[in-house]
Ligand binder design. Structure first.
Ligand code: FAD
Length: 439
C-alpha cells in the first residue's frame, strides 16, 4: 500500500505515524511545500516573546527524524499542484529545482491546513505588517524586531493569537494597542470578556473594541472612527480559513462552513481520499452541527483517526466541544461547549451560573476564579463553561469538558470526589457551587 499525504505539520504527520504504527510495510510519503515540518505552532508567540530561545524547541523534527524513526519519507519544498482521483495520481512541483514530477497513491490524505485571512485594509501589504501562521512568519517577525527594535505595536484581532501576541510584544518592551472588530475573545460571552478587557488595560495594553481599521500608513493605523494609533509593527490576527483549493479542484466536497466535509472516519466523498486537521470541518458534540474549529488538539486527533481508518483499525471521531484555553500575562481564559449566546441561538432555554470563588484558601495564596457555566433548563444537562482566573482554570475546565462529554447534569458536579488539599483547592470547589446553583 502506498499512502501519500499532503502537508507535514500536525495532522499530516499524525496520520503518517498512526499508519506506520499499524502497518509496518506501507510506503508512506508526505509532500510539504514549506521548509519546516512537524513544528510546535502553538509555541510561536512564546518564542517571539523570548520566553524560550532555542529554535530547535520550536522545530524539533526534520525529515531525517521521520525517516529513521518511522520510515516515513517527507519531501519538503514540494508542492502538490493537482490530484487526479480517477487514476490516483498527483502532480508535484519541486520548489527548489522547479521540476514537476508525478506520483501515485492507493490512499491519499489531504492535510493542507489553513491560511491566514488578510483583511482588505489599505496598507496591509506594508513591510512592517505581519501575520502569524507558520515558522516563516515567526522568523520574519523576530528578524524585524531584532533589526528595527520597534517600540510601538498594534495587534488587529482580539482572538487568542492576537491576545497571546499582545503579551509577547509587551514582554519585548513595546507599547501595545489591541484593535478588535467586536468584543475580546470571540466565543466568550460579553459579561465574561469584560474581565479580560479590564485586565489587558491594567497591564498597560490600549484596547479598542467594536472598531474597524480603515488604513495602515507609514506612521500607524487609522481607525474607522478617525482615531489614529501609532505603530512601528502591526500584526494582523484576523482569523484563518481552511486551505481547500486543491481539494476542491479534485472534486472533494466542502461543508457548510467552507472546510472539507469528512465522515467520522475522516473519509471525503472521493474514493480513497481522506482529510484531517485545520482543512476540515468537524461537528459540535452538543448540537451535532458542523463547525469550523481549527486547533492543534483536534488536528492531531483527526490525523490519527485518518491513519487508523486507512489501516483498517476503524477509530471514529466523536466531535468537539470547541474547548480552548490561552494565557494572557498571568490570566488564563478557558472555554468549552456552548456559550450562553450560542445555547440560546441553538434553541436551548439556558440557565446560567456566574460565580467568583477562590482557587484555593487565602492562606495558601489563592486567587480569584470566575466561572460562567451554562446548563439546559429542561434537562439540567451541562452545556458549556467559560472560566477566567489566575490559577486552576485548566483544571476546572477539563473537569467540565469531561462532565459535558459524558453528558453529566449540573447536579453531578456536587457529587464529584474532587481532590482537596489546601495547596491545590478548597474543600468545596468552585465546581461544587456551580452544581448547587444549576441543579
Ligand atoms: P497546518 O499547520 O496549516 O499545516 C498544513 C501544511 O500543509 C502546511 O505546512 C502547508 O505548507 C502544507 N500544504 C498546504 N498545501 C500544500 C500543497 N499543495 N502541497 C504541499 N504542502 C501543502 N492550537 C491549539 O490547540 N492550542 C494552541 O494553543 C494553539 N496555539 C496556536 C498559536 C498560533 C500562533 C497558531 C498559528 C496556531 C495555534 N494553534 C493552537 C493551532 C494549531 O497550530 C493548528 O491547529 C495546527 O497547526 C493545524 O495543523 P494542520 O497540520 O492541520 O495544518
Amino acid at each position: 500500500m502506498r499512502v501519500v499525504i499532503i502537508g507535514a505539520v500536525a495532522a499530516g504527520t499524525s496520520a503518517a505515524t498512526e499508519i506506520r504504527r499499524n502497518n509496518k510495510s506501507a510506503e508512506i510519503v508526505i509532500y510539504e511545500k514549506d521548509k519546516y515540518i512537524s513544528y510546535a505552532g502553538c509555541g510561536m508567540p512564546y518564542y517571539i516573546g523570548n520566553e524560550f530561545n532555542d529554535f530547535s524547541d520550536l522545530v524539533p523534527r526534520d525529515a531525517d527524524f521521520f525517516k529513521h524513526k518511522n520510515n516515513i519519507d517527507i519531501l519538503i519544498e514540494h508542492e502538490v499542484l493537482s490530484i487526479n482521483s480517477k487514476d490516483k495520481t498527483l502532480l508535484i512541483k519541486n520548489l527548489m529545482t522547479e521540476e514537476t514530477i508525478q506520483d501515485s497513491y492507493d490512499k491519499l490524505v489531504i492535510a493542507t491546513g489553513a491560511v491566514s485571512i488578510i483583511p482588505n485594509i489599505k496598507g496591509s501589504e506594508r513591510s512592517n505588517v505581519f501575520v502569524l501562521r507558520n515558522i516563516n512568519d515567526t522568523n520574519s517577525i523576530k528578524e524585524f524586531i531584532e533589526k528595527g527594535n520597534p517600540k510601538k505595536a498594534v495587534v488587529i484581532g482580539g482572538g487568542f493569537i492576537g491576545l497571546e501576541m499582545c503579551e509577547s510584544f509587551n514582554n519585548l518592551g513595546m507599547d501595545v494597542t489591541l484593535i478588535a472588530r467586536s468584543s475580546i475573545s470571540k466565543g466568550i460571552d460579553k459579561d465574561m470578556s469584560v474581565y479580560i478587557e479590564e485586565y489587558l488595560k491594567e497591564k498597560g495594553i490600549t484596547v479598542y473594541t467594536g472598531t474597524n481599521t480603515s488604513e495602515i500608513n507609514d506612521k500607524g493605523i487609522i481607525l474607522e472612527d478617525g482615531n489614529f494609533v501609532e505603530a512601528e509593527i502591526v500584526l494582523l490576527a484576523t482569523g484563518i480559513k481552511p486551505n481547500v483549493e486543491l481539494a476542491e479542484k479534485t472534486g472533494v466536497k466542502l461543508g457548510v462552513t467552507g472546510a472539507i466535509k469528512v465522515d467520522k472516519h475522516m473519509k471525503t466523498n472521493v474514493h480513497d481520499v481522506y482529510s484531517c486537521g485545520d482543512c476540515i470541518e468537524v461537528y459540535n458534540t452538543i448540537t451535532g452541527k458542523p463547525i469550523y474549529r481549527p486547533l492543534g488538539s483536534t488536528a492531531n486527533k483527526t490525523g490519527t483517526i485518518a491513519g487508523s481508518n486507512i489501516t483498517g483499525k476503524g477509530d471514529e471521531f466523536r466531535g468537539v466541544l470547541g474547548t480552548g484555553i490561552y494565557r494572557i500575562f498571568d490570566m488564563t481564559v478557558g472555554q468549552t461547549g456552548l456559550s450562553e449566546e450560542e445555547a440560546i441561538k441553538h434553541g436551548y432555554e439556558a440557565v446560567v451560573s456566574i460565580d467568583k470563588k477562590m482557587s484555593k484558601p487565602d492562606y495558601m495564596g489563592g486567587k480569584p476564579i470566575i466561572m460562567k457555566t451554562v446548563a439546559d433548563k429542561k434537562t439540567r444537562k451541562l452545556l458549556g463553561a467559560q472560566i477566567v482566573g489566575y490559577e486552576g482554570v485548566d483544571k476546572r475546565l477539563d473537569v467540565l469538558v469531561t462532565a459535558i462529554t459524558l453528558k453529566a447534569k449540573a447536579v453531578d458536579l456536587i457529587h464529584l470526589d474532587l481532590a482537596y488539599s489546601p495547596p491545590y483547592s478548597l474543600p468545596r470547589d468552585p465546581l461544587y457551587y456551580t452544581g448547587i446553583k444549576l441543579r
